[in-house]
Write a new protein. Sequence first.
Length: 203
Amino acid sequence: MVLAPYRLIWLALWVEASPEESAAFTEHFRTALAPHGEVAVHARDPFPRTPQMLHFEIDLTPRASTSECLRALGFDWGGHGWERPVDGRAFLHPAVHGAQCGEMEAATAPRFETGDVVRVRDSCGARELGLVGAEVIVGFPDYDADTKPQCRTWRYSVHVEGQDETEDLAEGDLEPTGRHVQLYGERISVTRDGVAMGPSGTA
């Protein structure tokens, strides 16, 4: 099987432990996942609604395909996403009380991240949407899942000034401006020149 050049699994873990144990758990997860590929473990602040839980985000570049790796980790495909069976087995450590995951496979890594301010190039798709030359904010990357992983190319949902719904544009239709904003976590709007406005109407 030909592997996609770009492969990534992300994991979100919730661990019942004290903040003093964060470094030890970071090293434990890195060691436990190392046989599967390259691992980066990020310890995050606990969620306010679950202060007794430590939160970890993990990026894993698997040596095999993402689906093979997730199955090896004990996840099953549930039709709409990867799930862990409710069978009482611990995941990586008995203190882990919750685990979510996702995966991406494509020909290249996505060029843009959520929150990047980009300018729309002249293209058929951009002309149809009336967005040529506009500055918009990148939402989420996506691709055609029916395409072979090694041939997949990226498209992005983009937030447009004055619209509640996003539009989709191919990666080649966008060029970077070097600016980035926090897109989620508060309601924002985008002016025609790509300035993100907060809830109070200030930049």
